[in-house]
Design a protein around this ligand. Structure first.
Ligand code: FES
Length: 117
C-alpha cells in the first residue's frame, strides 16, 4: 500500500465538509468515503495509490484505466477476491483486504500499461 507523497491525506473526515460519509476498512484500518464513490476513488481520495503488487515482479498496482478494462485495481471486498475497485461502489461497513492473489497468469511483461497481472 503506497500513499501519494504530496497528499498524505489519510482518511476523509466528516469535518471536511461532508455531512454524509461511508465507513470502510482496508486491512482493518478505517477509511471514510463519500456515498457514490467507487472503492478505487475512495482509496485514491485517502491518498492510497496502490493496494496490490504483481505476482511475478512485485510491482505496485492500483487504478490504471479506471473503467474496468485493465484489472490492475483488483482487491478483496467483503471476502470476495479479485473485485475491480474502479467498478465497485462503496457501501457502509465494507471490508477491503489487499491479501488475496489476483487471477490470471503471471507474465514477464514490463509495466507497459497494465499487462502484468
Ligand atoms: S483500473 Fe482498470 S480495471 Fe480497474
Amino acid at each position: 500500500m503506497t500513499r501519494h507523497p504530496k497528499t498524505q491525506a489519510g482518511p476523509r473526515t466528516a469535518e471536511d465538509g461532508g455531512t454524509s460519509v461511508v465507513h470502510l476498512t482496508l486491512n482493518g484500518q478505517e477509511l471514510l468515503a463519500h456515498p457514490g464513490q467507487t472503492v478505487g476513488a475512495a482509496l485514491i481520495d485517502a491518498g492510497i495509490q496502490s493496494w496490490r503488487t504483481t505476482r511475478k515482479n512485485g510491482r505496485p498496482r492500483g487504478l490504471f484505466c479506471g473503467i474496468g478494462i485493465c484489472y490492475d485495481c483488483l482487491i478483496t471486498v467483503d471476502g470476495a477476491p479479485n473485485q475491480r475497485a474502479c467498478l465497485v461502489p462503496v457501501r457502509e461497513g465494507m471490508q477491503l483486504s489487499t491479501t488475496a492473489a489476483p487471477v490470471g497468469p503471471a507474465t514477464d511483461a514490463p509495466n507497459d500499461g497494465g499487462t502484468e497481472r
